[in-house]
Design a protein around this ligand. Structure first.
Ligand SMILES: *[C@@H]1O[C@H](CO)[C@@H](O)[C@H](O)[C@H]1NC(C)=O
Ligand SMILES: *[C@@H]1O[C@H](CO)[C@@H](O)[C@H](O)[C@H]1NC(C)=O
Ligand SMILES: *[C@@H]1O[C@H](CO)[C@@H](O)[C@H](O)[C@H]1NC(C)=O
Ligand SMILES: *[C@@H]1O[C@H](CO)[C@@H](O)[C@H](O)[C@H]1NC(C)=O
Length: 252
């Protein structure tokens, strides 16, 4: 058997395979956590992932002016009747029992999601800055009257700066994102895509991806680059080794 720089070829091949396996395993391990972390971090009455709903707001002339596609989870802290103390409850918005409505102006668009069964009214208000052509979620309010609540829950925040996008583009975030509205109320969004301004027909415009998603895409890219680098190194080592052993035979 020919030697490569003093190393058996089968040894190099085996080493490469081991390194590849280790890298791939590591890559998968780093991609996996989001789903597992979610289930372990949640409290004991975790409602699971919310179903994705598609909501449309139609303007007075009959065209769609706001589109939203998302799974929503409400995280509310309130006084419980049954437990006679402050509790924190996480509940999913069920699209099939949620009605959407709203209105659109040139610089302000609202989406109201009402559920009969859960007795909740959730409002999102987006604002457009006509100078910069950027929009953001500026206001969220929730009114809820769950059976276990001592009194009706209500929370409003009019100074939010979330889900920032550009006029004519949609804002997209596949990863779970938390929108903190008040101390006692936050919203977890899943597979979110929303566009409050500048729709082309009834379709979303091109998507602007959130930072969380971009970070997620970075992992496969880094792993891929590392693999390519490794293959190159092994190939170089092999070629150099072959050259050396040839040279070795000649001098003998
Ligand atoms: C709900 O909110 C509380 C308090 O902000 C937080 O500790 C908890 O992790 C949240 N739960 C979920 C599932 O988002
Ligand atoms: C709109 O954007 C411009 C340019 O970025 C900024 O100077 C202005 O303060 C913004 N207006 C509002 C109401 O936020
Ligand atoms: C939600 O809105 C409807 C219609 O405005 C109202 O009748 C209902 O009382 C509201 N529910 C809560 C919990 O605020
Ligand atoms: C509204 O949200 C802003 C930004 O997250 C926060 O600083 C502020 O405390 C919130 N206001 C209320 C009333 O919770």
């Amino acid at each position: 058997m020919t030697q490569i720089g003093g190393v058996q070829p089968w040894f190099l091949g085996l080493t490469l395979q081991l390194i590849l396996a280790a890298l791939l395993h590591q890559g998968l391990a780093t991609v996996a956590p989001p789903t597992t972390a979610q289930t372990t971090a949640a409290p004991h009455k975790d409602p699971g992932r919310p179903e994705k709903g598609n909501y449309v707001v139609t303007s007075s002339n009959g065209t769609s002016c706001l589109l939203a596609s998302m799974g929503l989870q409400l995280n509310i802290t309130f006084n419980s009747v049954s437990q006679n103390k402050t509790v924190q409850e996480v509940l999913n918005l069920r699209p099939n029992v949620t009605k959407s409505s709203g209105s659109c102006n040139s610089d302000r668009a609202s989406l109201l999601l009402s559920t009969d069964a859960e007795k909740t009214n959730l409002t999102f208000i987006f604002t457009l800055n006509a100078t910069s052509n950027k929009y953001h979620l500026s206001e969220v309010s929730l009114s809820a009257d769950l059976s276990d609540m001592k009194e009706r829950f209500s929370a409003t925040n009019r100074s939010l700066d979330l889900l920032r996008g550009t006029f004519g583009f949609s804002y997209m975030c596949h990863e779970e994102q938390t929108l903190t509205v008040a101390q006692d109320f936050s919203i977890n969004t899943f597979q979110l895509q929303v566009q409050p301004f500048g729709l082309s027909g009834d379709q979303f415009g091109a998507a602007e991806e959130c930072q969380l998603d971009e970070d997620d895409m970075l992992i496969p890219i880094v792993v891929g680059a590392a693999l390519a680098g490794l293959v190159l190194i092994v190939l170089l080592a092999y070629l150099i080794g072959r050259k050396r052993s040839h040279a070795g035979y000649q001098t003998i």
